[in-house]
Ligand binder design. Structure first.
Ligand SMILES: [Ca+2]
Length: 439
């Protein structure tokens, strides 16, 4: 019941937290650490300070900053008082900046070196993240930066014209993992905590009598993918909810998660609770989810229908237990797992493995209870996107020897998903290479 109480708090927290935004100029300070601000003219400036400045910033903060200035102007970001808690590979505390208005093109600052950069257009995007901060007495872990609107320098913008968001990109985007390629290494034994917003398509299922009981995946702003054995566990008179944009389930202050009612459950009509075949369900939301940096859909694997994924690595993420029979994780966990062939998997489980399933196996690494319904995602280097290729379904134990994890094979259900949702899903083309400037 503790979980049920918690969720009500979440719902209240969401509505309350909307107000305190845009308390700005000249000092950017508020309880909410994210800002979205438009400057009016050249010479305008603002201070950007870390949460709780001038004291140590708190643990587990994720702040997004977006500044725009009038067309034809640029912005100078000057961080003179800059002292982040050091971490290996920048994987914990970090301040990332894009001077080209592109979240895929960022420079990460994660030390004590002051810096100054200038945008190439009239957009400045930045992100601050802290993990577990051990208070520093001498020099507080903090930053203070000044953002000033300036006239463009004499040099010509190498891109030729101001780079703006690509047409269609806002309405059709999927599978963009945050923090990708900024020095994060997840390939360690067992799972590790994800970064805030790292898997913006990851969601969880909640019902009053069950608490948070399964994972899920955003595939469209009104449609959620999950496992049939999750929806099958919900009694007909129980209201189901989807919780999106969350990270730490014990607090509502780290992200603005949203809880949305499910108005339709489409459980695969051929689902069998005997052998977990056809273990897939779709949920239609009462209203569309609002996309932002922390809430985005995953891509569906349309172009991978004939791919076996044998030997490929897939990435799992969820709030499931971190040991068999153990406690649910508070913070989203992630692990990379190798895919087996059906034949290899049948060596372990025999004919229980149908053509609708894929398996992963690596001793010591697995998905576990509570991860059910979450996707495992395949990274395609061509489109640089993540594709949901499996739905966490079943296994004997977790991460045990000779017991692979089993997943619903999403490529087998694409037509079923299409027929039931009638959505025009995003199908990224081979662009978004990280190439800039002219040759
Ligand atoms: Ca939370």
């Amino acid at each position: 019941m503790a979980k049920a109480t918690y969720l009500l708090v979440v719902i209240c927290g969401f509505y309350v937290s909307i107000e305190a935004e845009n308390v700005l100029l000249p000092k950017l300070r508020s309880k909410r650490c994210s800002f979205n601000h438009k400057f009016e003219s050249v010479g305008n400036y603002a201070f950007l300070v870390s949460p709780d400045y001038p004291n140590n910033y708190p643990s587990n903060k994720m702040c997004n900053y977006k500044f725009s200035s009038p067309e034809g102007t640029q912005m100078k970001l000057s961080c003179k008082d800059f002292n982040l808690q050091p971490s290996f590979n920048c994987q914990d505390d970090r301040f990332s900046v894009s001077t080209v208005g592109d979240e895929n093109n960022v420079v990460v600052h994660c030390d004590q070196t002051q810096f100054e950069v200038q945008t190439q257009n009239n957009l400045l995007l930045a992100w601050f993240q802290s993990r577990f901060v051990e208070a520093s007495e001498e020099h507080p872990y903090r930053f203070k930066c000044t953002i000033t609107v300036v006239k463009p320098d004499d040099f010509t913008d190498p891109g030729g014209r101001p780079q703006t968001v690509e047409q269609g990109d806002n309405t059709c985007s999927c599978g963009k993992r945050n923090w990708e390629g900024v020095g994060v290494n997840h390939k360690i034994v067992g799972g590790v905590s994800a970064l805030m917003g790292e898997f913006p398509w990851r969601c969880s299922l909640y019902a009053k009598n069950m608490g948070i009981f399964c994972g899920c995946t955003i595939i469209d702003n009104q449609w959620i993918l999950t496992a049939a054995h999750c929806t099958n566990a919900v009694s007909p008179n129980e209201q189901l909810y989807v919780n999106v944009g969350d990270y730490d389930l014990t607090t509502t202050s780290e992200t603005s998660n949203t809880v949305i009612r499910v108005v339709q459950i489409i459980q695969n009509e051929r689902y069998s609770s005997d052998n977990q075949d056809f273990d897939v369900s779709l949920l239609r939301l009462e209203h569309p989810v609002q996309y932002n940096e922390m809430v985005q859909p995953v891509c569906l694997p349309w172009q991978f229908r004939s791919k076996s994924f044998h030997g490929a690595m897939v990435t799992a993420s969820g709030w499931g237990t971190t040991t068999e029979g153990g406690q649910q994780a508070d913070i989203l966990q992630t692990v990379d797992l190798p895919v087996l062939t059906t034949q290899e998997c049948q060596k372990y489980y025999g004919s229980r493995i149908t053509d609708n399933m894929i398996c992963t196996y690596q001793p010591g690494k697995d998905t576990c209870q509570g991860d059910s319904g979450s996707s495992v995602d395949y990274y395609d280097p061509i489109t640089t996107r993540y594709y949901a290729v499996g739905v966490v379904s079943w296994g004997l134990g977790c991460a045990e020897k000779n017991d692979p994890g089993v997943y619903t094979k999403v490529t087998h259900f694409l037509d079923w998903i299409q027929a039931n949702t009638q959505v025009e899903f995003c199908r990224p083309r081979q662009r978004h290479q990280r190439v800039r400037g002219k040759k």
